[in-house]
Ligand binder design. Sequence first.
Ligand code: NAD
Length: 403
Amino acid sequence: MKAGVVKETAPGERRVALVPDAVAKLQAAGIEVLVERGAGEGAWLSDSAYADAGATIVSAAELYRDTDVILTVTKPSADAVGLLRPGQAVIGMLAPLTCPELAAALAAQGVTAISLDRLPRTLTRTQPMDALSSQANVAGYKAALVAAAEFSRFFPLLITAAGTARPAKVLVLGAGVAGLQAIGTARRLGAVVSGYDVRPASKTEVESLGATFIELTAGVSAAGEGGYARELTAEERQAQQDELVAHIARHDVVITTAQVPGRRPPLLVTEDAIKAMAAGSVIVDMGASMLGGNASGSRPGETVVTGNGITIIGADNLPASMPTAASNAYSRNISTLLEYMTADGALAIDTSDEVQAGVVITHDGRVVQEGVAALLAAPPEPAEPEPAEPEPEGGADVDGPAD
Ligand code: NAD
């Protein structure tokens, strides 16, 4: 079997699906590795490093023509989809719940689509394949650094001859993998940190990192399936947003990481909350997306300064800003999954296997993953109104968040 490593083409994407260290391991498992010229450049990995590890460096055309499995980080572009052949497989973070039409297109083309972001994450054997966790870990770490870099005061308590600087108060909303890493990193930088999540189980995790857990009197508890949160009802959401205003207002820095799988990120920091914050405060919104994020007025990939002096960073792809760490981890995730699915030198698709039932999205010309098939069969949902945006008076400053 031949596996091909593409050069990512999404704007600002600097990660690569496989690092040279993984090449020999795959070869030992009977998998030959072809690498598109320049694929690792963004992560400081040269073609010669891949060649020295035993890979063959090829053009994009050769890669799509000669390989059985394409390895990617993000969704293939429309151009790349056009290059895929029937019977070929593509493995990556294909976001089939938010982009089911890609799954439909790949099925129609006879391509087997395997998506790491649909991996069942609570099984012991899937831990080394858990790309959502590995990338969230990088993102949470970087979010705290981005916040500290943007904040105009110190994070730690500093006592110097020139006076005492009080520590920054940091609030992390959403205490999953990214949130916990952001909490730990902000704590290591010396900030006084609080955390909040709708899953009650996160309380002990937040506290074990030395942070204070915020409990709302509204008492919203929304543990969903598979360890994830469920989407809140409109009433619950309103109660949560209203009560968070006062908590947000007394913090200098807010890092938001809240996600509900396949849904638009919940709005936690409302326009009222932003208005209540002190000038100079910083919000890093990891949920920022074209559909709206966790913070009102955040824009993916942009930094906005509101009229009352709040900097809102739309940090939508922080792992790409730490491409080497993110690629090293992702490479381990994707190569472990590829080996897991390989038998006798070929990809062995078996959706009766619990892991494969999650990750195999299309096969033999059909969308086989139940959740994605159900989504494609369902009538489209009516569009939700866009959340209100605060006026970016005082000059909206447009900047990449972390590159
Ligand atoms: P995620 O990226 O889906 O969401 C991030 C966090 O946002 C979650 O903690 C979620 O509860 C929270 N959230 C969602 N809606 C919210 C709202 N309205 N208000 C406040 N917070 C909200 O989550 P994740 O980081 O991928 O982790 C999801 C779960 O999977 C966690 O329970 C995590 O511990 C678990 N997990 C388990 C394993 C394992 O068992 N090995 C591995 C990875 C993750």
